[in-house]
Design a protein around this ligand. Structure first.
Ligand code: ATP
Ligand code: LTN
Length: 334
């Protein structure tokens, strides 16, 4: 809760280009929450450097991501969209919370295990304490909910544990956040290996639909999507390839899964894949057009970056000051 209104925080890393999983699992759902919540959507550039980045590329990608947030429909007048590195309270609270997080807890984080396995040459302490910084992000804004894909659930559970531990010692300092995960779209699978989630860092480009892919590329990737044995369009657990495509088509068109099965009864995989590709391309087209327009409007984006960082900084520091006082840091003399 912030100033009597429910609040929420979510973020994405400024690495790679956004893909359909990021959009359907997270971003698309964010757009519907602006009236009910005080919202904070962050480009989490501090998290990005847990993997080695090229500085110029990181800056470019961070700006592109922030622009995509707006292009996807987040109104920057209503939603606070900003860079994590512009609000120093994130790093400050993260340090304090790291003193309330056990190594045993961090050892259990599956994202750490996955990333450590992928980057054996650079298993740095930041990669390990990544979830603590994420807890700081969420708790700074007294978030009631955190809209994410299902892969982030474990991090939010840890955030709750840290917040409860802190509150048990110092009183009611933090709101305890709930994960907000959609039933459909919260885990979009790779088009090439449908038992793996769609990911930015997949080496096979055909596995992932990027939000800025053009129509031909999107259709080509869907045509090449790996499907299961058989030829029927049915939503079944043991047919992960076609199940994933049905789910994507359902969200892209707003049609119910049952109706899709009826619509494509007897029509075969080839025809269905083309329909999915076309539906996704037309869902993404307006976002791409808006993204290109916004890219030409430097002053407008700069203005948003400035004013929203100030707003985020104000709320974040309110919580940070409270925490600093609770743990016993001396008050500032003004
Ligand atoms: P990487 O593949 O490099 O680990 P990522 O694609 O998982 O990156 P993140 O920046 O970690 O991207 O995730 C941003 C948001 O998108 C999070 O809320 C995450 O849960 C969601 N998300 C990521 N992948 C998927 C997916 N395949 N399906 C649904 N949601 C997803
Ligand atoms: N770890 C998240 C990104 C992230 C985030 C957050 C999401 C960083 N801080 C706070 C929600 C709330 C990911 O998607 N990989």
């Amino acid at each position: 809760m912030l100033d009597g209104k429910k609040s929420l925080f979510s973020g994405m890393q400024a690495t790679g280009t956004l893909h359909l999983g990021n959009y359907l699992g997270a971003l698309k759902n964010w757009v519907e929450l602006e009236d009910e919540y005080e919202t904070f959507y962050c480009v989490v550039d501090l998290h990005s450097i847990t993997i080695r980045q090229d500085p110029a590329e990181l800056r470019r990608k961070a700006r592109s991501l922030l622009t995509l947030y707006i292009a996807a429909g987040l109104n920057p007048e209503k939603n606070c969209i900003y860079y994590q590195s512009h609000v120093s309270a994130h790093a400050q609270l993260s340090w304090i919370l790291s003193c309330f997080t056990y190594m045993g807890e961090l050892n259990r984080m599956t994202q750490f295990k996955d990333k450590a396995a992928k980057h054996v040459g650079n298993i740095n302490a930041g990669l390990y304490t990544y979830p603590v910084l994420m807890a700081a992000d969420i708790l700074l804004f007294q978030s009631d909910i955190v809209p994410v894909g299902v892969d982030q659930k474990q991090h939010i559970e840890l955030t709750r544990d840290i917040a409860e531990r802190f509150n048990a010692i110092y009183g009611d300092v933090f709101t305890i956040p709930e994960p907000y995960i959609m039933k459909t779209g919260s885990k979009i699978m790779s088009l090439q290996e449908p038992e793996k989630k769609m990911s930015k860092s997949d080496e096979n480009v055909n596995a992932t639909i990027f939000l800025l892919d053009d129509t031909d590329t999107i259709i080509r990737k869907f045509k090449r999507a790996v499907t299961d044995s058989g030829n029927e369009i049915l939503y079944l657990e043991d047919k992960p390839g076609i199940k994933n495509l049905i789910e994507i088509y359902s969200i892209a068109t707003g049609k119910a899964i049952k109706d899709i099965e009826i619509e494509f009864d007897g029509r075969g995989y080839g025809e269905f894949k083309l329909a999915v590709g076309e539906a996704v391309a037309s869902m993404l087209k307006p976002i791409q057009e808006r993204y290109n327009q916004l890219g030409q409007n430097k002053d407008y984006i700069d203005g948003i970056i400035k004013t929203n960082a100030e707003k985020a900084d104000y709320y974040a520091n309110k919580t940070l000051r409270k925490v600093q006082k609770k743990v016993g840091f001396p008050e500032r003399i003004r």
